[in-house]
Design a protein around this ligand. Structure first.
Ligand SMILES: Cc1cc2nc3c(=O)[nH]c(=O)nc-3n(C[C@H](O)[C@H](O)[C@H](O)COP(=O)(O)OP(=O)(O)OC[C@H]3O[C@@H](n4cnc5c(N)ncnc54)[C@H](O)[C@@H]3O)c2cc1C
Length: 510
């Protein structure tokens, strides 16, 4: 018997296990479907991101063919290891904008405004780069750094952003997000600092923590309206684990597999569950709905000379590795917060072998809403993922605007000494419709799926603002699924902050 069972040892699950076992009287079981293979070189070496995608540490999901993207299926990597997606991610540490969290609170989610969330960001963080202590933590488990020292080339990219009208900003996570500058990264002394490396490795000897890997939870168990434990498979063996009276089951399996597991356990849209012969425990239409993700596409330029690669870059040289220069911009000064993110890096897209540089455009506020649905009642089947990308006119318009802005940065005089020709979309692609078609044919996931078990009180809400699943006792969802709306940036730091707050909510209920 455990006080808490956590399903999924990803970014959120690792934080929860760390915080809950701070209390020696509490027993925690952390169940992770993937391996503990976090010590491998390709995981630790920040320049080897591309080797991780499609490896055995990646669930390698893909979307349904996207009707607004010329029927393309889009790759959706997700981490399958202790540490979850933080084991294979790009390591950019971006909190988003205060506007995001204030917006969550405005939707009736008490306690989630940025002023309250800021302390959870600070709690997890040790910032090793310069930063204002009002915004940054100095003694948290997760190292946040510059990753590597900026190169002369990085400086040129920042100059190009400034020439396009952006302010130089050396801290996107400080007083102001807007501007061009260097990303913070979850890199500790030259090595990836995944959630497992930061939150679990240092505490593996706590006697009140049990970590099981290669342990795939197939179902949640209930007694009446109360969650009592889980069923999981490890190798060929079937196991059951239970929580003690008043204990809680926490689902932290990520934005795809959290809704999948809830549905397999009878919590979801009743008609959909019945179609798969699953007994309905709670008819919750929002499970798997409200799916949101960022899309991104490069504007790429060939160069006259090989672009110098940053120290430690992979031998694949012409592909961009970790992006260190970025920018956040408002496409319209009337907007309350930036609505476009840029990553500027040496290298063309993976399809090109020539030397060059790219400006990646990523609209931050998609209005398209998709879904995760069961394909079958088999817990090993990949669910059907339909992000419904570009299904609103606004999203198409925003992408065209973002690509035009990326082009402005890439064509800046600051880069004229390097630049030869624009190869993508290419100088002939000029009209809005041509640019939109380029996006439909080339955009890929920003790897930020969220919101599939959203917090709130409306018809699509799955959890309340204490992250308790509506209609069940002693069951919470704590991971990227609970965001009501996607944040303005990358989603790892926000997920870690959600878990920091989630741990406090669990402790407060003891
Ligand atoms: C390739 C890639 C690049 C990215 N780059 C960045 C970046 O640079 N910066 C950034 O901020 N964000 C980035 N992200 C996104 C970020 O990493 C995620 O938003 C974040 O890790 C999500 O955390 P989570 O806890 O919700 O889910 P995850 O970290 O995905 O964890 C879910 C865990 O649950 C496990 N699991 C699933 N089902 C079961 C089951 N039934 N039983 C047991 N275990 C189960 C999974 O194996 C996984 O370990 C990237 C993501 C990817 C995939």
């Amino acid at each position: 018997m455990y006080d808490y069972i956590i399903v999924g040892g990803g970014s959120a699950g690792c934080v929860l296990a760390h915080r809950l076992t701070e209390d020696e009287s509490v027993d925690v079981l952390l169940l992770e479907s993937g391996t503990p293979e976090e010590d491998r070189d390709m995981v630790k070496d920040p320049s080897r991101i591309w080797d991780l995608l499609g490896s055995d540490l990646d669930w390698s999901f893909e979307t349904e063919p996207q009707s607004n993207m010329n029927e393309r299926s889009i790759d959706w990597p997700r981490g399958k290891a202790l540490g979850g997606s933080s084991v294979i991610n790009g390591m950019a540490y971006v909190r988003g904008h205060p506007y995001d969290y204030d917006n969550w609170a405005d939707q009736g989610n008490d306690g989630w405004a940025y002023d309250e969330m800021r302390r959870y960001f600070k709690k997890s963080e040790t910032l090793t780069a310069d930063g204002d202590e009002e915004y940054h933590g100095t003694d948290g488990p997760l190292t946040v750094s510059r990753g590597s020292d900026p190169t002369d080339l990085d400086e040129l990219f920042v100059d190009a952003g400034e020439a396009a009208g952006l302010d130089r900003n050396m801290d996107f996570n400080g007083a102001q997000q807007e501007g061009v500058g260097y990303y913070h990264s979850t890199i500790d002394d030259g090595h990836r600092h995944s959630a497992a490396a930061a939150f679990i490795k240092p505490i593996l000897d706590r006697p009140n923590l049990t970590v099981e890997t290669a342990a795939h939870v197939t179902k949640l168990s209930f007694s009446g309206d109360t969650a009592t434990g889980v069923v999981y498979k490890q190798g060929w063996s079937r196991h059951e684990a239970s929580v003690a009276d008043g204990g809680e089951v926490v689902v932290s399996a990520g934005a795809i597999q959290t809704p999948q597991l809830l549905m397999l356990s009878g919590i979801g849209p009743a008609d959909h569950l019945e179609d798969h012969g699953i007994d309905v425990e709670v008819d919750l239409p929002g499970v798997g709905r409200n799916l949101q993700d960022h899309l991104r596409v490069p504007v790429a330029f060939e160069t006259t000379e090989p672009v110098p690669q940053p120290a430690g870059a992979s031998e694949k040289g012409t592909r961009y590795d970790r992006v260190s220069v970025g920018a956040f911009a408002r496409s319209d000064p009337e907007l309350p917060a930036p609505d476009v993110q840029f990553g500027i890096a040496p290298g063309l897209s993976p399809d090109h072998t020539e030397s060059g540089y790219s400006v990646m455009a990523l609209p931050l506020r998609p209005t398209s809403r998709g879904s995760v649905r069961l394909r079958s009642d088999d817990p090993w089947d990949h669910p059907g993922i339909d992000p419904a990308y570009l299904s609103t006119e606004k999203d198409v318009d925003d992408f065209v605007t973002a690509i035009r802005l990326a082009r402005e940065i890439g064509r800046s005089d600051a880069l004229s000494g390097l630049r030869d020709v624009e190869v993508a979309p290419g100088p002939d692609v000029e009209s809005d419709e041509e640019i939109a078609e380029y996006a439909r044919n080339n955009a890929v996931s920003g790897y930020h799926p969220v919101c599939t078990a959203k917090m709130g009180t409306d018809d699509l809400a799955v959890v309340d603002d204490d992250l308790r699943v509506h209609g069940r006792n002693n069951l919470r969802v704590i991971d990227a699924s609970v965001m009501p709306k996607i944040t303005s940036g990358n989603t790892n730091a926000p997920t870690i902050a959600i878990a920091e707050k989630g741990a406090d909510l669990l402790k407060a209920a003891q």
